[in-house]
Each structure stands twice: as structure tokens, then as C-alpha cells.
Design a protein around this ligand. Structure first.
Ligand code: NIG
Ligand code: FE
Length: 413
């Protein structure tokens, strides 16, 4: 038997448990790890996993020496705003002057300034810019990523963003899961006419579905953006059209978006900085994944983070994501988020690894295929310049990847 590729001399192999449901509560504390391991790959899939002693005896067309370092599944980033025009570095001074995020939005800046930039950028240029960011995301060890629209707020531009995401998905060796976030803000043209705008976004669902441009929908449920009732209306319509649903919930004000998400069977509820006790209880009782975004809290300069520790201790399922976007979290680096999760959310290294692999995959409907290295799964993996899994959240702010593999092929080195 000759395998296509054998990765040997693995100092430590991280093997998150494949599970049909997201890992909840105490189950997040268990992380399978094998010291001195080897992995064999054939046809883009994991064909064998075991001890290095056994693996050394195998024949393989290509042998990769991991040199005693860490190997893990490719990371999964389940929340990004990848496709957008322009940048917002000028808002930094406003933030330093203490102008709140929602006030910048109310004054027509923030998300609305990126909407203007995205509308005036051609599809080709939007593609080039998003491709640049996507390559950087891959370089950090991510092999499955979610990408939202939401900087069009009109049919033409929302569809333009979604088409760009689809082209990227076809062109790049990464799994890209697309989300329609039409109700991300109220466009200037519809101020005072929120219901009409929401109806327009609901009307768009049919086209998005017909053209197979997104699997999920999302809505920004927040003071001055969309109410709970409006969010419910949009989520119900999305479900009627066959989409999975997600929600930007309880990021700044505790409106009850977390409770709404669990009652609607959402795949995920994201942000949750201001989630209530009842909201957390609901997460523990359901399989809605809490996607926490500590990079955003950090970048918005806030002191109070999502209650990640409490959520896990209560039995909830937690995942982590970058929230990469041009306003509230300008980084493609999911490894940095792992450090913030340790420092600010008080998550353990084992919980953090489960949160960026299996649980992140479940948050975007890929629980059956991403985030694990069990035999039969896609050979999406990372060789890290690190001795063990605890090292990644520990040594922060830099890129530790040495080699990133997607379906058994090296895509970054
Ligand atoms: O997830 N909070 C709402 N939406 C994005 C930010 C978008 C922006 O500021 O451009 C978020 O943080
Ligand atoms: Fe977001």
C-alpha cells in the first residue's frame, strides 16, 4: 500500500472529536491529542492516523517531515465580512475621541461609509481586494471560512458582493460558506422607512436562493438598526426560503437577540457581549452555537467581553471567529483571536481549539466535514512552527503557520 502523502515526525497532533452536534459545555474541555504521530493522506482525504513508529514503515509518494512540530486540522473562521470596498482608518481618531460605534453609524459613517465604497467599486476590483484578504486568511491556517454580504443594502450591490464570494469559492482552495446579510444597516435612502427596506431585503431572498448565492442569512439586531420583531420577520422569511439563519445579537445593547436565535433554531448567534442570563440558558438548552468575537470588543476599545467562560460552564456551545471587517475588527488573524479568547474570555487552550475547529464548523453547517482529522475527512491541515497546541494562544500577534494543506495539497508555505 502506497499512500500519496505521509506527514511524519509530528511532535503533537490535535484531533478534535468529530461529532454530529456542536460540542457543548464540559465536552469542550476534551481535546484529543496524540504525541509522536503520523498522518497518511490519499485522494485528498485522511487515510490513516497513528503513532510515528507505525507510520514510518509506510510507503508514500511524498513524505513531509513535520520536524517534531504541532499539526492540527485547518482552522475554521465562521464569521467574516470578507467582501467590501474601501477602508475606514479615518474613524480611528473618532474612536479615540470616544465617539461610540453606534453614533458613528448614526452620523452616516461606519457601516454606511463602507456601503458607499462598496457600491462604487466594480465587481472586478471588489474581487481583487477580497482575494487579497482571503489569501491572508489562508496564510493564518484557515481552510474553511464564512463570508457575509451586507455592504450593499440594495439589490444590485448585495448580489455583486455575493457573486464575488461565489467566484472566490470557485477559484481558491478553501471552503467558503456564503451568508446574505442584506439587513446590516438602514441605508440613508430608507431612514424612517425601515419596514419598507426590510421588505426589499426579504424580496431579495428569492433571487439569492435561485442563483445559489448564499446558504445562510444574517441580520444586525441592535439599537438603531433592526428590532427583535424585525429580526424575527426576516429570519422567518429566510427559513421559509430554505436558508439557515444567523444573527448579530446583543453586541452592544441587550435586546434579546440571543433568545430570539435559540427560539428560531439559528445555526449561530454572534457577538453576545450583552447576552442576558436567559439568553445563555437558552444557548445551553439548544444547539445554536455562540460565535464569540473578542477581536471586535478589543478593537472597539471596550472593557467588557462576552461571558465566554460562563457560557461554557453553563453548557453552551462556543465557537470563535475574527469578524474580519473594515470597521469593528480589522484583522484576518484567527490565531490572535485565540489569544484574546484565552486572555479575555478565560477559555482554556482545549476549549479554544474546539472553538476554532469542530464548533466553528458546526456554526456554518460544516460539522460533518471540517475541523477534524478523523479518517475519511478532508486532508485540511496545518503544520505549525510550534511545539504543542497550548503554544498558539500563548505566543500572540504573529503567524505560526509553516504549511497549510487543503484536500491534501499544500496551499501556503
Ligand atoms: O460584526 N456589528 C455589525 N457588523 C459588523 C461591523 C461592520 C462594520 O463596522 O463595518 C460586526 O462587527
Ligand atoms: Fe460581524
Amino acid at each position: 500500500m502506497t499512500y500519496e502523502t505521509l506527514i511524519h515526525n509530528i511532535g503533537q497532533l490535535v484531533l478534535p472529536k468529530q461529532s454530529s452536534l456542536p460540542l457543548k459545555g464540559d465536552d469542550m474541555k476534551n481535546l484529543r491529542v496524540i504525541d509522536n504521530a503520523a498522518v497518511a493522506i490519499s485522494n485528498g482525504k485522511i487515510a490513516w492516523v497513528g503513532s510515528n513508529d507505525e507510520g514510518e514503515a509506510f510507503q508514500a509518494t511524498e513524505k513531509i517531515d513535520a520536524k517534531g512540530r504541532l499539526v492540527s486540522p485547518g482552522l475554521v473562521d465562521p464569521h467574516t465580512h470578507l467582501v467590501h470596498g474601501g477602508s475606514r482608518e479615518k474613524e480611528m481618531a473618532l474612536k479615540q475621541a470616544g465617539v461610540p460605534y453606534l453614533d458613528i453609524l448614526k452620523q452616516g459613517g461606519g457601516i454606511l461609509s463602507t456601503v458607499e465604497a462598496t457600491r462604487s467599486t466594480s465587481e472586478e476590483d471588489l474581487y481583487e481586494k477580497a482575494a487579497f484578504h482571503l489569501e491572508r486568511i489562508m496564510s493564518y491556517g484557515v481552510t474553511t471560512v464564512e463570508a457575509k454580504s451586507g455592504y450593499g443594502l440594495d439589490a444590485e450591490t448585495e448580489l455583486k458582493q455575493l457573486r464575488v464570494a461565489k467566484k472566490l469559492a470557485n477559484a481558491y482552495p478553501i471552503n467558503l460558506v456564503s451568508t446574505f446579510l442584506g439587513p446590516h444597516a438602514i441605508p440613508k435612502s430608507h431612514k424612517g422607512n425601515e419596514e419598507a427596506f426590510l421588505s426589499e431585503m426579504i424580496d431579495l431572498l428569492e433571487t439569492v436562493k435561485k442563483e445559489d448565492l448564499a446558504e445562510f442569512t444574517d441580520i444586525f439586531c441592535e439599537t438603531g438598526v433592526f428590532t427583535i420583531e424585525q429580526s424575527r420577520r426576516f429570519m422567518e422569511a429566510s427559513k421559509d426560503h430554505g436558508f439557515g439563519v444567523k444573527i448579530h445579537a446583543d453586541e452592544i445593547d441587550p435586546l434579546g437577540g440571543t433568545e430570539l436565535a435559540t427560539s428560531m433554531g439559528a445555526a449561530s448567534a454572534d457577538h453576545l457581549v450583552a447576552a442576558s442570563d436567559d439568553g445563555i440558558k437558552g444557548l445551553a438548552e439548544t444547539d445554536t452555537v455562540a460565535v464569540l468575537l473578542p477581536g471586535t470588543t478589543f478593537y472597539l476599545g471596550k472593557d467588557s467581553y462576552a461571558r465566554g467562560r460562563e457560557m461554557i460552564d453553563s453548557g453552551a456551545s462556543v465557537a470563535l471567529a475574527t469578524d474580519f471587517n473594515p470597521g469593528s475588527c480589522v484583522t484576518e488573524n484567527l490565531q490572535l483571536i485565540m489569544s484574546l479568547a484565552a486572555l479575555k474570555l478565560k477559555m482554556t487552550p482545549e476549549e479554544i481549539w474546539n472553538a476554532v475547529t469542530v464548533n466553528a464548523a458546526h456554526a456554518i453547517g460544516r460539522g460533518d466535514q471540517a475541523g477534524t482529522l478523523d479518517v475519511g475527512s478532508s486532508a485540511d491541515l496545518v503544520i505549525w512552527d510550534a511545539p504543542n497546541y497550548m503554544y498558539i494562544p500563548y505566543h500572540y500577534g504573529v503567524n505560526h503557520t509553516s504549511l497549510v494543506m487543503k484536500n491534501g495539497k499544500t496551499v501556503w508555505e
